[in-house]
Write a protein that binds this ligand. Structure first.
Ligand code: ACO
Length: 322
């Protein structure tokens, strides 16, 4: 065994649909502004499901698609920056919901690139020979860290989860993964957590919200995505002609289109579902992969490219044959 491959995928979103017209009632914005600047038409906002609940549904659907039982999984990785609680991790909460054996289970924090990081780790751990089957999930309830008085950010995000099952393979499946990171010294994308305590006084607990310098993140993203796509192709023997679909992190339609234009990628090779879900952070890539598979945009044997960027700053991508 020298490779790994994806044998099934699944996803889940909350039922609650929030349209741009509904956002107009909350902050000073317009459907026209949101659609033209981002491509978002609606998003799902959870009212009663936490990250582990969405992860559970996505995991069940992925295992059903792969026709495997939870008891056969020996590695569980959840990429998230919006866990139900700091600890236990979403992976352990999910392990309990799925009634799994004691196995290796942990969370990965790399924001919107989290799923790519998790795939990189799972691929390497399986290829080491120590693990037989991994459940890899990206799950977020980003709207719980979203400030719904800040129009610069609140129109952008939604909640979701996506999952894949990965196992050893004699033929190439996950062919190459790249993950990169650099310290965000300028605070382009941050979520302040708990300040240090002053002496033994119990501090007031402000609810922490995501802060973002949108246009700077936009510039970073339009550099990072083409860089990763170019590097994945140049480090392999493939060209864009061999790629069936580019499944990019759905943060902004203009970011995906700009990368497509720079690399002369035909429009029909750029997968988009941002209009329905907005930016769902680490869930965005596995949700898009699952939708691409279920809608037959990706078929068995197809080679596809996935790419993401996010807070950290982090970025990365993978070249995967189904
Ligand atoms: N409705 C109406 N007007 C708005 C809204 C809104 N919802 N939000 C901002 N504006 C206004 C601004 O106030 C500004 O007005 P001003 O010129 O009077 O000051 C104007 O629109 C333009 O603002 P910009 O920030 O320059 O708009 P831009 O075209 O850059 O689009 C956006 C903003 C959509 C946020 C874009 O910069 C973007 O997508 N950035 C990347 C975000 C991203 O991908 N984050 C990913 C990571 S998330 C994670 O990792 C957890």
């Amino acid at each position: 065994m020298s490779y790994t491959r994806i044998i099934g995928s699944g996803s889940a979103v909350p039922d609650n649909v929030v349209t741009n017209a509904m956002m107009e009632a909350i902050v000073e914005t317009s459907d026209e502004w949101i659609q033209s600047r981002t491509g978002i038409v609606e998003r799902r906002i959870s009212t009663d499901q936490n990250t582990s609940d969405l992860a559970y549904l996505a995991a069940k659907r992925a295992m059903e698609a792969a026709a495997v039982d939870a008891k056969s999984i020996d590695l569980l990785i959840v990429a998230t920056v919006t866990p139900d609680m700091p600890f236990p991790g979403v992976s352990q909460l999910l392990q309990r919901k799925l009634n799994m054996h004691p196995i290796t289970a942990f969370d990965v924090n790399a924001a919107c690139s989290g799923f790519i990081y998790a795939i990189n780790v799972a691929d390497a751990m399986i290829r080491s020979g120590s693990y037989r089957r991994a459940l890899v999930i990206g799950a977020e309830t980003l709207t719980k860290i979203t400030d719904f008085t800040d129009r610069n950010t609140c129109v952008l995000f939604g909640d979701a989860a996506g999952a894949v099952v990965i196992e050893p393979s004699d033929t190439p499946g996950i062919e190459r993964v790249i993950t990169r990171s650099k310290g965000d010294h300028e605070g382009l994308l941050t979520l302040e957590g708990y300040p240090l305590k002053q002496g033994f006084k119990t501090p007031q607990k402000p609810w922490p919200f995501l802060q973002m310098q949108g246009s700077e993140v936009f510039k970073f993203a339009t550099r990072a995505m083409p860089e990763i796509i170019n590097d994945l192709l140049s480090q392999s023997s493939y060209t864009m002609d061999d790629i069936a679909l580019v499944v990019a992190h759905q943060a902004n339609r203009r970011i995906i289109e700009s990368s497509g234009k720079k690399l002369r990628i035909p429009e029909d090779k750029l997968f988009m579902n941002i209009e329905h879900y907005g930016n769902t952070s680490a869930a965005s890539v596995p949700l898009a992969i699952d939708e691409a598979i279920r809608s037959n945009r990706l078929k068995k044997g197809d080679l596809f490219l996935t790419v993401a960027f996010g807070a950290g700053l982090t970025w990365g991508g993978a070249l995967i044959r189904l």
